[in-house]
Design a protein around this ligand. Structure first.
Ligand SMILES: Cc1cc2nc3c(=O)[nH]c(=O)nc-3n(C[C@H](O)[C@H](O)[C@H](O)COP(=O)(O)O)c2cc1C
Length: 145
């Protein structure tokens, strides 16, 4: 079965919730999804064996969180070129993190990115949950169709 790895950095849980909703969407397309906090990944070998990678961070002070920065330096060594990719993140007003993560995956890792990053002010309000599930489903369908 095709597999997607979803890695997140979140301070108060919103981006984590979005990660879990994306995983639901991936699974609804018939693929497997694993959700892991960025800070717990210590070796690039832990990124082996997946077909799609979805990385996300909340925005603080106009930037992605430190665990996602550290994780992206590790992921650089994991040879993700050509793999399906997506990026996401919760934000309050400017939401730079998901865009920066997306650009790194596209321009440095040379991944096959979905059309745009998923930026959400809330994981639940205003249809956010369904938008996040749809984002995951879109990624899952790339692996299963
Ligand atoms: C100290 C502080 C700084 C923040 N800076 C930004 C910012 O620069 N841009 C933005 O869009 N949101 C900013 N936010 C809002 C968070 O991105 C928002 O609350 C988000 O939902 C938190 O996600 P999390 O629950 O995954 O940690 C900031 C929040 C705090 C508390």
């Amino acid at each position: 079965m095709a597999r997607a790895l979803i890695v997140f950095a979140s301070r108060i849980g919103t981006t984590q919730k979005i990660a879990e909703l994306i995983a639901e969407g991936v699974r609804s397309a018939g693929a497997e999804a694993t959700v892991i906090p960025a800070a717990t990944i210590k070796r690039e070998a832990e990124l082996e064996g997946y077909d799609a990678y979805v990385f996300g961070s909340a925005t603080y002070h106009g930037d992605m969180m430190q665990p996602m920065k550290t994780f992206l330096f590790l992921a650089e060594k994991a040879h993700l070129e050509g793999k399906v990719g997506g990026a996401f993140g919760a934000y309050g007003w400017s939401g730079e993190a998901s865009v920066r993560v997306f650009e790194t995956m596209k321009n440095v890792f040379n991944m096959k990115m979905v059309s745009q990053p998923l930026r959400l002010k809330s994981a639940t309000v205003g249809g956010g949950a369904e938008v996040a599930r749809q984002y995951g489903r879109q990624i899952g369908e790339k692996l299963t169709q």
